[in-house]
Design a protein around this ligand. Sequence first.
Ligand SMILES: C[S@@+](CC[C@H](N)C(=O)[O-])C[C@H]1O[C@@H](n2cnc3c(N)ncnc32)[C@H](O)[C@@H]1O
Length: 270
Amino acid sequence: MSNELNKQSWNKLSKYYQSSTGISLTDIHYAPYSPGEKELKVIGEVKGLDVIELGCGGGQIAIVLTKLGAKTVTALDISKQQLQHAQKLAEREKVTITFHQGDMEDLKVFQNSSFDLVVSVHAISYANNIENVLSEISRILRVGGRVVLCTIHPLQYVLWEALEEKSIEKIQSYFSSEPSSWDWIDNMKTPIAKFTDRAHRYEEFVNGLISNGLILERIIEPRGYTLEELNNMDLNDVPYHNHMIDEKFTRINQIIPFSIIYTARKIASE
Ligand SMILES: C[S@@+](CC[C@H](N)C(=O)[O-])C[C@H]1O[C@@H](n2cnc3c(N)ncnc32)[C@H](O)[C@@H]1O
């Protein structure tokens, strides 16, 4: 799997992605058409903390973290185009964020013990080597600091397409360590950019956190909003959505979780 290929693809996709998705600037999203931080309270209090977001994309989450009172917010992404969008949005929202272009597998631009909180939402699945990411996260965290990692739920990888197409043939192996390659399709059904990513197994995350001195605190598997709930909500209050409610997505989002969130704390090394 190539981080370089994903970088080029995010550069290519950025404009379409940012104009075709509704991402909240007042709440932190964890999955499409699903409750965010306001309801789930995963990250919690950030006042006075030095925070970094890895794979910040268009900057919406970093902006919310700033508005929630973090002392400093740093935001890193591999894609120049995504960062350009993020910078413009931060200026428009009148918030101060330090942006860096870089790969989350190599954070040497940051010194050891620089941050109290590391956040990453739907970005780690694109990284080639999760072990590199977890060891870098542990290195830049202060003792007692926390990490909140939200990524593709392995059940999503195994079952989503099978449920979508009502076909048992489409079930994927849970044990596959092979990245999957797929095209991002626009609303005219035209492929825009090719990505490779992976939903990591529970054991890879949990054992990877533990072996890097990060003690698991909570796992959260958000359940999507029902169609009825969505119909009674203002779409702007749904932290991540497209321009219209996707009924099929919403139905499957009731059967299996789209995302999994791991929270862990760095303990002192002996
Ligand atoms: C789906 S977007 C998520 C953006 C943001 N976290 C959010 O949830 O709105 C994934 C982002 O991860 C970035 N990314 C992918 N691989 C990366 C890597 N190895 N290092 C840093 N960023 C990466 C992409 O450029 C893209 O902006």
